[in-house]
Design a binder for this molecule. Structure first.
Ligand SMILES: CC(C)(COP(=O)(O)OP(=O)(O)OC[C@H]1O[C@@H](n2cnc3c(N)ncnc32)[C@H](O)[C@@H]1OP(=O)(O)O)[C@@H](O)C(=O)NCCC(=O)NCCS
Length: 189
């Protein structure tokens, strides 16, 4: 599949060389705070995850979110580098729906619209290339940054699984958000 481009980002296929970067992100407590991971992940576990991911249908492969920045601080030497990843998790082709997951692993890129821009790119791909009808996600109620980013992209809150997630010695609600193709297309007009 060719790279997918937006204003500041591109989504590309993953490579085995990305595994150390993914591993760094998913062992960072600031990032995993809202990822529902609950224990450290080893290089071998991450490599196994990668191999299993490649066995899934191509449309469910993780995509690496990249942006451009100057190499060594020299403005004339811009290069793409990874800041996160995004993935359709379980495409149901008969009902044309899927869950989506996202992680901006480079924390200094939070709150600058990169997450919503990557999500927007993935919605375009999902609706206009894969011909999906419904894209949904689950987000912990304490993840206000995530909820705001998804609202900006066109997701609406659909339901709430009360006290469905246990963390920090207490229960949190899981919020289900979704966007239909018709809603997403109406936002473009
Ligand atoms: C969640 C995530 C994908 C969002 O990406 P992002 O690039 O930070 O998001 P955006 O910049 O597009 O949007 C974030 C919005 O939340 C707002 N926000 C941030 N912290 C907030 C807070 N405490 N209260 C209210 N709004 C907040 C920002 O101001 C911004 O809104 P604005 O553009 O209207 O000002 C990213 O932060 C991330 O990957 N976090 C770690 C892993 C994770 O949580 N993954 C998602 C699991 S469901």
């Amino acid at each position: 599949m060719p790279h997918l481009f937006s204003n500041r980002l591109r989504l590309r296929a993953p490579e085995r060389d990305d595994i150390p970067q993914f591993l760094k992100w998913i062992n960072d407590p600031d990032i995993t705070e809202n990822l529902m991971l609950y224990q450290p992940i080893s290089a071998e576990e991450e490599a196994n995850w990668y191999e299993n991911m490649l066995k899934r249908p191509a449309a469910e492969h993780v995509m690496v979110i990249e942006t451009k920045a100057p190499v060594g601080g020299k403005p004339e030497t811009e290069a793409w580098f990874p800041i996160g990843n995004i993935q359709f998790l379980d495409i149901d082709w008969r009902n044309r729906k899927t869950e989506i997951g996202i992680m901006i692993g480079e924390k200094e890129y939070w709150d600058q619209g990169y997450g919503s821009e990557a999500m927007q790119l993935m919605l375009k791909h999902g609706f206009e290339t894969l011909n999906l009808h419904r894209i949904w996600l689950q987000v912990c109620d304490k993840n206000v940054r995530g909820i705001r980013a998804y609202e900006k992209t066109g997701f609406t809150v659909e339901s709430r699984f009360r006290e469905a997630h246990y963390q920090h010695g207490r229960y949190y609600d899981i919020i289900i958000m979704s966007v239909l193709r018709s809603e997403w297309e109406a936002l473009k007009e």
